[in-house]
Design a protein around this ligand. Structure first.
Ligand code: NAD
Ligand code: ZN
Length: 360
């Protein structure tokens, strides 16, 4: 057995209002007045002075607003890298991503590609990055994905949706300020929060489980239960706890794997563009055969918060469409192996997946 040796985020600051310390966090990392910081900011904050006024712009620093109606694409990353190279006379001092999983993943990918040749599509996979990325900082404004702590950045490329998994992907610094999540719309809060809950269920019920993953997964699940179901929390407590749940959920899967909901939602995302959080919820709602207790609890949380998931996504799909989704999903070997064991192909057949997709 060869064990994985993973890097972790080396610096993290947590606390309500700690975003205001960004200035002092970045100052020692500024290489020169010609080496700007590039702030990639979710465009939902385009007119949000509460956030923008605390971005410590100096010299040639730039804010680039990032649309988040679609998940990150390799050509989008390549275009950003090209623009940053053209605008700056020197390599930037760092990339700072302020937003949800979408913006954090783009920030990670851009920081890698600024020191690597070719297209980001060339690096989708495991350990293909050979050069250290430039300094990069993640500042989540919505909690759940665990992208702030993970070793991957998930990109959709010309022929696959796959992460750049590498030792250079994790952030050098993360700023966890739960106050930044205050404006998240309720449905989105639920979908992205449930991404974390589903990470826990898939990790804790997987064959890859070990004490490392279990310790983080159990804590994250406990926090999710408090936030979404049985805790009598103030808004502030709920924001704080969900931010830490996301962190622990991400840590849990770092040393294990996700499972059936993620494998199937990748299929939906690839064919229909369904976004990660809501896609996982749509799939997970039908997985009582795999995760009976987790799904029962999910349905209770859904009901408690009055969340109505879309239906009929697959109602008008052709046989070829179903085959595409099934192929994408069944291509995620490690996820299925984690969920169902080494002999997963004995039970997970195209027919089985089709019958599940038909319910969605
Ligand atoms: P997101 O980043 O797409 O954001 C969802 C929506 O919430 C957007 O409309 C955004 O504008 C809005 N939003 C975010 N913060 C807000 C705030 N404070 N106030 C108001 N609106 C706000 O959603 P997400 O669920 O965080 O991320 C999904 C992405 O994360 C997917 O692309 C997925 O592939 C990726 N992901 C990555 C990892 C990883 O380990 N790298 C893990 C899971 C998911
Ligand atoms: Zn996820």
């Amino acid at each position: 057995m060869k064990y994985k040796n993973f890097p972790m985020v080396p610096k993290v600051v947590f606390g309500r209002g700690c975003f205001s310390q960004l200035d002092e966090i970045l100052m020692p990392k500024r290489k020169s007045d010609e080496a700007p910081f590039i702030f990639l900011v979710d465009d939902v904050f385009e007119n949000d002075n509460w956030i923008l006024s605390r971005i410590p712009l100096l010299f040639n620093d730039q804010i680039i607003f990032i649309p988040t109606d679609e998940e990150p694409k390799t050509d989008q990353v390549d275009a950003l890298v090209e623009k940053i190279r053209q605008d700056a006379t020197q390599m930037p001092s760092g990339i700072i991503g302020i937003g949800g999983g979408t913006v954090m993943d783009i920030a990670k990918a851009v920081s890698i590609m600024l020191t690597s040749q070719g297209s980001s599509a060339d690096y989708q996979g495991w350990d293909l990055v050979k050069n250290e990325a430039i300094y990069h900082v993640g500042i989540p404004t919505i909690s759940g994905t665990g992208a702030e702590v993970s070793r991957t950045t998930v990109l959709t490329g010309p022929d696959k949706k796959l992460g750049i998994n590498s030792d250079y992907t994790p952030f050098d610094q993360v700023v966890l300020d739960p106050e930044l999540t205050k404006g998240v719309p309720k449905d989105q809060w639920f979908y992205t929060g449930m991404d974390c809950y589903i990470h826990c269920i898939e990790s804790l019920n997987g064959t890859y489980l070990n004490a490392f993953s279990q310790s983080y997964g159990e804590k994250a699940q406990e926090l999710c239960d408090e936030v979404f179901y049985n805790g009598n929390l103030t808004t502030e407590e709920a924001q704080d706890k969900l931010m830490m749940a996301s962190w622990h959920g991400g840590m849990s899967i770092a040393y294990s794997q996700v499972g059936v909901a993620h494998a199937m939602s990748y299929g939906l995302s690839y064919l229909l563009g369904t976004k990660h959080g809501i896609g996982n919820c749509i799939v997970f709602d039908h997985l009582e055969g795999f995760y009976p207790e987790g799904v029962a609890q999910f349905k209770k949380m859904k009901e408690k918060h009055g969340i109505v998931l879309p239906t009929g996504l697959c109602a008008n799909l052709t046989d070829a469409d179903f085959d595409t989704m099934i192929n994408v999903s069944m291509g995620m070997d490690p996820l299925w192996e984690n969920a169902c064991g080494k002999n997963w192909k004995d039970t997970i057949t195209p027919e089985k997946l089709r019958s599940l997709y038909e319910k969605m």
